[in-house]
Design a protein around this ligand. Sequence first.
Ligand code: KIV
Ligand code: ZN
Length: 432
Amino acid sequence: HHKYRPFAPVNLTDRTWPGRTLQAPPTWLSTDLRDGNQALLEPLDVDAKWEFFELLCAVGFKEIEVGFPSASRADFAFVRDLIERRAVPDDVTIGVLTPARADLIDRSIEALAGARRAIVHVYNAVSPVFRDVVFRKTRAEVMAMAVDAARRVRALTERRPETQWVLQYSPEAFSATELDFAKAICDAVVEAFGATEEAPVIINLPATVEVATPNVFADQVEWMHRHIARRRAVILSVHPHNDRGTAVAAAELAMMAGAERVEGCLFGNGERTGNVDLVTLALNLYTQGVAPRLDFSRLDEIARKASRLTRLPVHPRHPYVGDLVYTAFSGSHQDAIHKGLSAQRPDAPWNVPYLPLDPKDVGRDYQAVIRVNSQSGKGGVAHLLETHYGVVLPRRMVIGLGAAVQARADEEGGEITAADIWKVFCDRYLKD
Ligand code: KIV
Ligand code: ZN
């Protein structure tokens, strides 16, 4: 990551987040096997869950939400299997989601019994529409649900000291909730569980439905960061969804606003428009000079596997991973990239125009970077001939060949491959 030069922060004095440079990546939690899975047309079967779990471990996730065992027998069996087969690496913590209801908490803790370390993720919806319309509960009743849940988790887990237990609490629909109430309920949970600096509670702030601009979400997170009563006994986490298409921005601003943990899914799978895309979010950190501590050096392989398991395609223009994202067709872009690549020294900060990241860092080669169609110029033609056939032409020939290739592209439409260019070259210059 030293190859990437971070931009200087913009200094706006009325807030903290733009002025705080990100120093380290957040703790990542993958909820592919829970939030991602519950949004699939066809949820993952057991084999697919195993394969996905192994993929997440290989990428380097240290916290993985593996299911919703109180709601699904298949999830319960999967969690038991993971634990009984000792399949969870020593440095990985698994977690499960549970509503703040006694019987469901009991079942969830039963599912996690015997784990080395486990996160019990309790949630209840706290926003006015849920209180007034969906559940018809007062603020006090909603708060009591969360507090009772925290006490129950404490009591049940104390009886199972072989596991290192972590309580996570999510006030669902946080971003649509009055901040004073969100704070009060989170403070009460922290207190009820008896969190300490050494054994903190994860307070996870979901944008369950993304309804505001990312800066507003960041303001809410920053307010909580500043006002939570026992901040040192809390790990502040966010869980953005992507309804406005701005989940990545929301998560980035939230990290600058004080969040130290982010929950999301690979390639933005998840309910409706998805959870925040952890691939984009993590790789964006490189451009800030921060290594994400997730290994995406074989990104195409990861995308193929995730896509096969979820049955969801990855868009060809998906940041960092789409088939077309390191490809330039236009002549001026090709020329600039060609010059940038030639000037790039291996250990210097990345400095190639039109490429936000060194394609080699995510397992791509440079060959696909320059591709030729009717929008391309002679530089692209010369580049393909040179990289595929080792032929370096004098300038006058490049001009002639470029024109011939462009005429062909205009005539036929579509992409012109290196082999096509070679054929035009042979027809033109090597006929005899
Ligand atoms: O989006 C959401 O609010 C959730 C919670 C259960 C954390 O997935
Ligand atoms: Zn969610």
